[in-house]
Design a protein around this ligand. Structure first.
Ligand code: AQP
Length: 331
């Protein structure tokens, strides 16, 4: 069985992009693979945040992932900070990648441009992400398009470490879905839908009620033209709606375009398709958020399972890097 690993930052309410680009593929992965999913709360600290919102946000993301269909008996779902091996391995990775490599990360450059004070953690974030992946000997990492570059850095770090210190890490492959890999903001279709940066009207949240989903999709930005055609360069808003429809209902965005004579019917179809897939998730998420005991126990079980894999990998890497092992090993 292949090992897969993926993660989500607990930076806020999860959205349709997370669902189509990641979560629903994770649900399928837990049946075909040995699947590990982490809620990345340490990554959520790399940008300004409210301490009072971090724990709640992490719990809510866990409840939402269980609502989507992750099953603690079939996968390992855990919170990053509950497994202390993550920041420990991140240090070895920081000592493996270069300042120049980290400086070239486009996500860092974009985010740094928008801030007066840039935290060192935002700069070194891809090293922690590499540790997240390499700790589990992951063969495959399902991600949206936005994470491709970070995964490339993870691969480079693994290869470099192995060349220098001997075979230590599995070099992972990225797995990007065909449709839904990059769901764009409905109000600004040249920017990806995101937890931390999108406009409220441009982001469909997993827990939005049907009427709210419908309102957001009907107000989605299109263009002054009226022709429904799949052209991401010239018609990004319309292309995003067609991508959404293809991801939610199946089919190919360019072919689906032929079914619609105007933007009104297209939006109506997208709204119906999105409401249909999100309605059951929303119901279940509301139940689970009220069931603290179940969610907390699922996360405890997940952290225990994660550590049984992560601890020996950390020990292997620390020894390979030449550190003096304490009695009983590094774990
Ligand atoms: N718009 C998207 N379309 C498709 N997939 C997406 N993912 C994120 N946004 C989209 C995928 O969802 C998983 C978890 O993502 P995340 O928590 O890193 O991203 P986010 O929702 O974009 O949250 P932030 O905090 O707002 O992140 P950034 O810093 O990226 O702006 C991943 O598999 C991701 O690919």
């Amino acid at each position: 069985m292949a090992r897969v690993l993926s993660g989500v930052k607990s930076t806020g309410a999860v959205h349709l992009g997370n669902y189509l680009g990641a979560f629903r593929n994770w649900v399928a992965d837990q049946d075909s693979d040995d699947a590990f999913f982490l809620i990345a709360d340490l990554h959520a600290m790399t940008e300004p945040y409210e301490p009072s919102a971090l724990a709640t946000g992490t719990f809510d993301v866990a409840a939402d992932l269980l609502a989507v269909g992750l099953d603690p008996a079939r996968c390992t779902l855990f919170v990053q900070s509950h497994v202390p091996e993550h920041p420990r391995l991140a240090w070895l990775i920081e000592c493996t990648v270069s300042f120049g490599e980290l400086s070239r990360m486009t996500q860092f450059k974009d985010k740094a441009r928008q801030r007066e004070t840039v935290r060192a953690g935002l700069f070194t974030y891809p090293a922690l992400m590499a540790a997240d992946v390499l700790l589990y000997d992951a063969d495959r990492v399902p991600v949206g398009d936005d994470q491709r570059q970070h995964l490339e850095l993870t691969r480079d770090a693994a290869v470099r470490f192995n060349n220098r210190f001997g075979e230590t890490f599995v070099v992972p492959e990225a797995a990007v879905p065909a449709h839904g890999a990059r769901v764009m903001d409905l109000q600004n279709p040249t920017k990806k839908m995101s937890k931390s940066e999108s406009s409220p009207l441009g982001t469909v949240l997993l827990l939005d009620p049907p009427e709210e989903i419908d309102r957001k999709i009907r107000k989605a930005v299109t263009d002054t033209d009226t022709e429904v055609r799949y052209d991401p360069e010239k018609k990004p808003g319309v292309a995003n709606l067609l991508e959404l429809l293809a991801a939610a209902r199946g089919g190919d965005p360019a072919t689906l375009a032929g079914d619609f004579a105007g933007y009104g019917p297209l939006k109506e179809a997208v709204s119906e398709a999105v409401v249909e897939i999100l309605a059951p998730v929303r119901r279940r998420a509301q139940e689970l958020r009220a069931d603290r005991g179940y969610v907390t126990e699922a996360l405890r079980l997940g952290a225990d399972k994660a550590r049984t894999v992560a601890a020996p990998v950390l020990d292997r890497a620390m020894r390979a890097a030449g550190l003096l092992a304490p009695a009983g090993g590094f774990a």
